[in-house]
Design a protein around this ligand. Structure first.
Ligand SMILES: NC(=O)c1ccc[n+]([C@@H]2O[C@H](COP(=O)([O-])OP(=O)(O)OC[C@H]3O[C@@H](n4cnc5c(N)ncnc54)[C@H](O)[C@@H]3O)[C@@H](O)[C@H]2O)c1
Length: 455
């Protein structure tokens, strides 16, 4: 540590950043509005040359003699820099971050290959092996690995892969209905786990896994990664900062394209996915819990399979997955949240729109536009800010950079032996909420949400 001058709040902020890993240099200052600004960097030079706004912001501060390789600036408002209240160089996290750990991926279809692209961006993450029973997926993964400069061993069987490759960590990206069985031998082998969402298709399986994970002696992380999309992260930070006051109404709208074609068409049936409100909407229920820092206690939902996949047949069977729904949730604190899902709206300019309204005003974020809007009730706004995503991370997947940022934090937690930031409990609860919403649609009634992980 070079020098450290500052307030207890600044020190707390620094320790939070250190827990997240990645950075070596952290500068904290206060702008004209008294807002704390944190610049983090130096741990990885991946995006340095593509961050002109950040460079300008740092230069304007005048705290650096030269532009250092900065990979992230948090809470930067690009305005009126003042004297830094805290300035330090932290070797521990940044240096350890690039320590090598070996990874394997089980299930190398669309999402498994997105993980490959993102592992290639995380310093110290070495892809050692891939297991997938499908020859086509293995061939596609082999070609993709070559394009990324990776040379993993390929296996058709996960057990063979685990005993031959002995990876430090395993990313599980097989279909939803396989997660419960696939994760068991990985835990028996003692590997760190990054399990794709939804944790399981059924709440009872998710509960059993959450209980096993609670006493697991290694990292167990569930891939509910939407909170890692940089504009969403910024939006959440502002909500948690109390900008709008205690949030009373939270709305998430996803208007998007239909479900894509998957290997073996597994995603066409509720029995394989858990149902649309578990399969993909677990992301949104997790976001609601995370944003409100509270638990929903009741759900009222209405939805149907009205437009998509109705002319498709698989062994004579018509898909039964919902393509639209409204889901309303009561939270324990009295806050209300609503999900508006439509999967035949690919012409929509924005795919996700999230708004949070409290007694002081309304915060909003839209994707892919990436604009965060603050609209105070005094009508002095709206104030808009575009939150950019590093181009490499954006190009390495279809999730607005979230897969990269999640993997970066997963790797830091793996190296530093710290706790998962998205837990098996989060995985379990998001499945319970999705299943309760599916039940509400089936029964045409409100359903109480009951969590059994604390019994
Ligand atoms: N985080 C996200 O936003 C996100 C996005 C898309 C998919 N996913 C999740 O990732 C997982 C995979 O989805 P996908 O879109 O890549 O599907 P996919 O069909 O494209 O790929 C799945 C792959 O798993 C393989 N597989 C099947 N059974 C297996 C088994 N028992 N062991 C190992 N591999 C097996 C298949 O052969 C296939 O190659 C799903 O759980 C899905 O919900 C998450």
């Amino acid at each position: 540590m070079r020098s450290l001058v500052g307030s207890a709040r600044a020190l707390k902020m620094v320790s939070m950043i250190m827990l997240q890993g990645t950075y070596k240099d952290i500068f904290i200052c206060v702008n004209a509005l008294g807002k704390m600004i944190v610049i983090c960097g130096g741990g990885c030079n991946l995006f340095a040359d593509r961050a002109p706004d950040r460079g300008r912001a740092i230069a304007r501060g005048g705290y650096l003699d030269q532009m250092a390789p900065y990979d992230s600036i948090r809470m930067c408002r690009q305005s009126h820099w003042q004297k830094p209240i805290c300035e330090g160089r932290f070797c521990c996290m940044g240096d350890h971050m690039s320590e090598t750990r070996t990874y394997a991926i089980i299930g190398c279809g669309m999402m498994g290959r997105e993980h490959m692209s993102n592992l290639a961006l995380v310093p110290g993450a070495e892809l050692a092996a891939i297991a997938d029973p499908d020859e086509g997926s293995r061939e596609a993964a082999k070609a993709h690995a070559k394009s990324l400069g990776q040379s993993p061993q390929l296996f058709s069987n996960a057990d063979d892969m685990l005993s031959a490759a002995k990876p430090d960590a395993v990313i599980i990206a097989s279909p939803n209905f396989t997660h419960y069985d696939v994760v068991k031998p990985v835990m028996d082998a003692g590997c760190a786990v990054l399990l794709e969402k939804p944790m399981c298709t059924d709440p009872a399986d998710a509960l059993a896994l959450a209980k096993a994970a609670a006493s697991y002696d290694n990292l167990f992380w569930v891939g509910l990664e939407y909170r890692y999309m940089p504009p969403v992260t910024e939006f959440i930070e502002r909500v948690h900062h109390g900008v709008a006051g205690d949030i009373k109404m939270l709305a998430i709208r996803e208007h998007r394209f239909p479900f894509l074609v998957k290997v073996g068409d597994w995603n066409r049936f509720n029995r394989n996915t858990g149902g649309t409100l578990v399969e993909k909407c677990c992301h949104f229920f997790d976001l609601m819990r995370h944003i409100l820092r509270d638990e929903p206690v009741r759900v009222y939902a209405s939805g149907a399979a009205d437009v998509n996949h109705l002319d498709e047949r698989y062994n004579g069977e018509t898909p039964d997955i919902l393509d639209n729904a409204f889901v309303m949730l009561d939270f324990a604190s009295g806050a209300r949240a609503v999900l508006d899902l439509c999967m035949f709206a690919e012409g929509s300019p924005e795919q996700e729109e999230i708004s949070a309204v409290g007694p002081m005003g309304k915060l909003e974020v839209k994707l892919p536009g990436g604009v965060v809007t603050w609209a105070p009730r005094d009508k002095s706004g709206p104030f808009e800010e575009h939150i950019s995503v590093p181009p490499d991370a954006l190009a390495a997947g279809d999730h607005h950079g979230a897969t990269y940022f999640q993997q970066r934090d997963f790797h830091a937690a793996l190296v530093n032996g710290t706790k998962p930031l998205i837990t098996a409990r989060d995985g379990y609860r998001s499945v319970v909420i999705g299943a309760a919403a599916q039940e509400s649609i089936a029964r045409r009634q409100p359903v109480d949400i009951i969590y059994k992980d604390e019994e």
